[in-house]
Design a protein around this ligand. Structure first.
Ligand SMILES: Cc1ncc(C[n+]2csc(CCOP(=O)(O)OP(=O)(O)O)c2C)c(N)n1
Ligand SMILES: CC(=O)[C@@H](O)[C@H](O)COP(=O)(O)O
Ligand SMILES: [Mg+2]
Length: 630
């Protein structure tokens, strides 16, 4: 059997002597590695299968790390990692201690900018290019951005700025017609029109063919013909939007044709002006289940390679599913309920809502700031907008939440899915800051359910409050609570006692209530009897309950899957201070002041002291050392 070419690749320089035939063989081997590794580890299979040739051509023509390549979002950078010295570690993809699923500067000199949130690549690439120019250095800078990420506003801020400057910057638009789902918006429709235009190389070929047939009667005709070609090119150039923004548009070109890709990259890399190369690719290329279902295989869990079947993890409905089902029930009765997503209808559980209420679901593309202010506009007209955005991605719309919604006290409901520790997506995706970034905002109520059943009650309550409300819950399943058939109101700002005790009390929030309850069971076996209270609200705090707990127990433990800085425990600390309850011994358990890496969620929780065993150990030590018990 011929030796694997992939086994000879330790860095991009190992591509230099490979022929087109060998590069094409290499592409096949990389696809095999992607499919089998992601079938085991999970990950972003379809996006990476779509950029195999593009990435090979990039590293064949541009000399990374001297030349800089920035990947937008970076979920499609696995091939880049395989070609830049991480082939041997690729089996550790997204595993604790293994390589990240996104570019990370600390992981490799080839990862010039850390990404994970969309639409930032042109900004950072331009920054690198301008720094280069200021230093008088010479190297190429390339940003690779997808059609979905091009629906994000920051991309236009950067295009606008770059187009104004005459500097060497290459933007590669990786257009596979897909975000996570089918792409939305006018930009996507524009790109669709371009995709059907004759490819640049065909038009160029046709014009040159015509020019060659004109009898050679002196330069004047050829010069005229060249001018015609240029003006014709201008007219035919489908990328007029980008040309008007100051970019030289090249494309559309076949993103799976290595020859074309390398020819265009060699031609454009020495141009000292911003160039946008429009590359057409197929998301999931080379693995038919992913080609057929690029949305399912966008970010996929472990699956069977032969059948393409994704391994299911149980029948317990996830928090996301309970949210989606509950919202449908509420929307059936309340016509004012509107749902808004930022390109994540599937991930936020809104597919069913979209199918039943197509006129009341708005997918704005990867445009979280716009999503929030759009909701504000709707709310001024009596609608009840429910904006479902992952906790980490809502960070992008902070001013909109504060200034456009809460300052005006508009009745918008924020659903922060993927809150807390998310898992294998790692530091760019953990939703561990939202208690801290939302708590300072006046007028905002912040709730977090202890289980799926309480989520449905909280969602219903939020639709009746006529004010800004945020509800946050983690990725995946909760404790698996029975869903009560009758959805009830929850009294605003009120917590609930779940378990009596004598020596201490847990005052815990959201997904940390169940682990606290389990920790209380462990402590009981060690002679420490801890009560458990489900706080329910981060804001407003339940002052009446806290006064009672302070007098009845004196030892309070808060537990949250949020950073301690400015989080839920800090809210309780501030309360104790304001009330001058100086006798209270308060232990705050939560996440440290550092970025949590990627890994299995349960492992990361344990690693950060938030598993029942670790919680129990911390409380046992605290109770003993604080003299609260024997
Ligand atoms: C600010 C932000 N919002 C949402 C996401 C979630 N997300 C990750 S990839 C993606 C779709 C990107 O589409 P595209 O740029 O076309 O890349 P493709 O997967 O098609 O290669 C989305 C919405 C994100 N990473 N960042
Ligand atoms: C790359 C990206 O940001 C999304 O694909 C994200 O990884 C989706 O996360 P979930 O798998 O939790 O929906
Ligand atoms: Mg895409």
């Amino acid at each position: 059997m011929s030796e694997s070419i992939l086994d000879t690749i330790y860095g991009p320089e190992d591509l230099n002597n490979l022929s087109i035939i060998q590069l094409e063989k290499l592409a096949g081997e990389i696809r095999e590695l992607l499919i089998h590794t992601i079938a085991h580890n999970g990950g972003h299979l379809a996006p990476n299968l779509g950029v195999v040739e593009l990435t090979i051509a990039l590293h064949k023509v541009f000399q990374s790390p001297k030349d800089k390549i920035v990947w937008d979002v970076g979920h499609q950078a696995y091939v880049h990692k395989i070609l830049t010295g991480r082939r041997q570690d690729f089996s550790t993809l997204r595993q604790f201690g293994g390589i990240s699923g996104f570019p990370k500067r600390c992981e490799s000199e080839h990862d010039v900018f850390g990404t994970g949130h969309a639409s930032t690549s042109i900004s950072s690439a331009l920054g690198i290019a301008l720094a280069r120019d200021i230093s008088g250095d010479k190297y190429n800078v390339v940003a690779v951005i997808g059609d979905g990420s091009l629906t994000g506003g920051q991309a236009y801020e950067a295009l606008n700025h770059a187009g104004h400057l005459r500097t060497n910057l290459t933007v590669i638009l990786n257009d596979n017609e897909m975000s996570i789902a089918k792409n939305v918006g006018a930009i996507s429709e524009y790109l669709a029109r371009i995709r059907t235009a004759p490819t640049y190389s065909k038009v160029k070929h046709d014009i040159e063919y015509l020019l060659r047939r004109i009898p050679a009667i002196g330069d004047s005709v050829l010069k005229t013909a060249e001018r015609v070609k240029d003006s014709l090119k201008y007219l035919l150039v489908p990328g007029i939007l980008f040309e008007e923004l100051g970019f030289t548009y090249v494309g559309p070109i076949d993103g799976h044709n290595l020859n074309t890709l390398m020819e265009v990259f060699y031609t454009t890399r020495s141009v000292n002006e911003p160039v946008l190369i429009h590359v057409i690719t197929c998301k999931g290329k080379g693995y038919s289940p992913a080609e057929r279902n690029a949305d399912i295989f966008h970010g996929v869990g472990p699956f069977c390679v032969e059948s393409g079947k994704v391994h299911k993890n149980g029948s317990t409905p996830s928090y996301t599913q309970v949210f989606g089902d509950t919202l449908v029930k509420l929307a059936e009765k309340n016509k004012d309920i509107i749902a808004i997503t930022a390109a994540m209808p599937e991930g936020t559980g809104l597919k069913k809502f979209a199918s039943l209420f197509p006129d009341r679901l708005f997918d704005v593309g990867i445009a979280e700031p716009h999503a929030v202010t759009l909701a504000g506009g709707m709310a001024t007209q009596g609608k009840i907008p429910v904006v479902a955005i992952y906790s980490t991605f809502l960070q992008r719309a902070y001013d909109q939440v504060l200034h456009d919604i809460c300052l005006q006290n508009l009745p918008v409901i924020f659903i922060l899915d993927r809150a807390g520790i998310v898992g294998e997506d790692g530091a760019t995706h953990h939703g561990v800051f939202d208690y801290s970034y939302l708590r300072p905002i006046p007028n905002l109520t912040i709730m977090s359910p202890k289980d799926e059943n309480e989520l449905q009650h909280m969602l219903f309550t939020a639709t009746t409050m006529s004010k800004p409300v945020a509800i946050r819950y983690p990725r995946g399943c909760g404790p698996g609570a029975e869903l009560e058939p009758k959805i009830q109101m929850i009294e605003s700002g009120k917590s609930e006692l779940l378990r009596p005790g004598t020596d201490a009390v847990f005052y815990s929030i959201g997904a940390m209530v169940e682990p606290s309850r389990a920790a209380a069971e462990l402590l009981a076996n060690r002679g420490i009897h801890a009560a458990v209270v489900n706080a329910r609200f981060v804001k407003p705090l339940d002052g009446e309950m806290l006064r009672k707990l302070s007098h009845d127990y004196g030892v309070i433990i808060t537990v949250e899957d949020n950073v301690l800085a400015g989080g839920f425990g800090t809210a309780v600390l501030e309360y104790m201070n304001t009330q001058k309850f100086n006798w209270v011994k308060l232990l705050r358990l939560g996440l440290p002041d550092e970025f949590i890496p990627h890994g299995q969620r349960s492992l990361l929780l344990e690693h950060n002291g938030l598993s029942p065993e670790r919680i129990a150990a911390s409380v046992e030590s605290f109770v003993k050392h604080s003299g609260a018990k024997g």
